[in-house]
Design a protein around this ligand. Sequence first.
Ligand SMILES: Cc1ncc(COP(=O)(O)O)c(C=O)c1O
Length: 374
Amino acid sequence: MKKATASVHAGNVRERNQGGINTPILTSSAFEYLDDTEVRYPRYFNTFNQQVVARKLCVLEGAEDGLVTSSGMAAISSLMLALLHPGEHAVLLEGMYGGTHALIVNEFRRLGIHYSLSGGALDEISAAIRPETRLVFVESPTNPLLGLVDLAGVAELAAAHGIVTAVDGTFATPILQNPIGLGIDLVVHSGTKYLGGHSDLCCGAVVGGAGLIDRIRKYAVMHGGSLNALDCYLLERSMKTLELRVRRQSANAGRIARALDEAAAVRRVYWPGLPSHPGHELAARQMEDFGAMLSFELAAEFDPVAYQRGLRLVHPAVSLGGLETTICQPVATSHEKMAPEERARLGIGPQLLRLSVGIEDADEVVEDLLAGLA
Ligand SMILES: Cc1ncc(COP(=O)(O)O)c(C=O)c1O
């Protein structure tokens, strides 16, 4: 199935009693067991609505198996902690989502897991690999600077050392990027963002080969973090419009990025679709479009908080991937927990604003953003 078709149809199960065309919602948390070969229980990730929505995502990502979790961080922490043991080592990106960074910095040391935070270039990732490295975990595009990582290159590099690879594909969505097809082992998503898509769900997912997912499932079953049936249904319903939303949002982002790029009050725009972006060619190669996230730096004379307060259409809000265009200042939101000197080294300063572009009329969003700069 093509992605537009898979978004609508993949995984769905029709309701048999009355012939309803939507997947029914089965809410039981207690299941008969005498005649079932498998013990069924929501925390085991094996109830009906959990499996239906996981299947839809697996079809879109080209994955064998997957788990839908109660947040993106539940998927990321389950993946990392299932695959890494004390004394082992992981290579991660220095410029990635602040919550993932906080997990590593706070938890890995306590658990005796070693890590290196690398730049996104292949030679930097390669130099960080040690004999005890078991996982290379990257994000592409990265939050908030939209850095690109060569996923096929990472897969090849890690395979030569027998190391598992994982990608946080939240910004790209399965519509625009399929890391498994590029040789990556596992993909995680914060489903709170584009998969949910309406700013009203908190969920996540990890998909990949059956063997690795089985290891992650065993860990996640012990630690909790599954998603309830009603939220699984909402996620399934939202994903039916995923292709439609993401294509429209990406097209809008292009229009907005170009307009901001021409504005004198904007020092720099970070969007992989701009030819000036350092990852432009790589993005064109490994993504189907450039995505709907972009960041920009206001000139020094603008107060970023006052600018956000003055917007009429664009909402200042944390999170991303919804239908509405939202704006945030990463130093106060996604990267608030990162040490200021670390943020400064990565180029995440107070003038940087991140936009999550929605499905509105792009010209009206541009008008709002530029009015505040006039
Ligand atoms: C790229 C990325 N990965 C993971 C997460 C974590 O997802 P959640 O908030 O659903 O736990 C986020 C949240 O902002 C994110 O932006």
